[in-house]
Design a protein around this ligand. Structure first.
Ligand SMILES: [Zn+2]
Length: 58
């Protein structure tokens, strides 16, 4: 299972193990889902995604 999921429509990245109902993961369209290689938050940031405030704490 991947650790992080990006949403192309709003450029947010979610931490799947910590996701909440506020993340609205189920509403992300299949075509908007992005997975990262390697599967790290650093890679997501490199690809210009913003960390979701609900599931990723700084
Ligand atoms: Zn989230």
């Amino acid at each position: 299972m991947p650790g992080y999921l990006g949403n192309k429509s709003d450029s947010l990245v979610h931490h799947l193990a910590a996701m909440t109902s506020d993340c609205r993961i189920v509403e992300i369209k299949k075509s908007d889902k992005v997975y990262f290689v390697p599967d790290t938050i650093q890679q997501a940031i490199t690809e210009k995604f913003t960390q979701c405030k609900n599931c990723i704490k700084n």
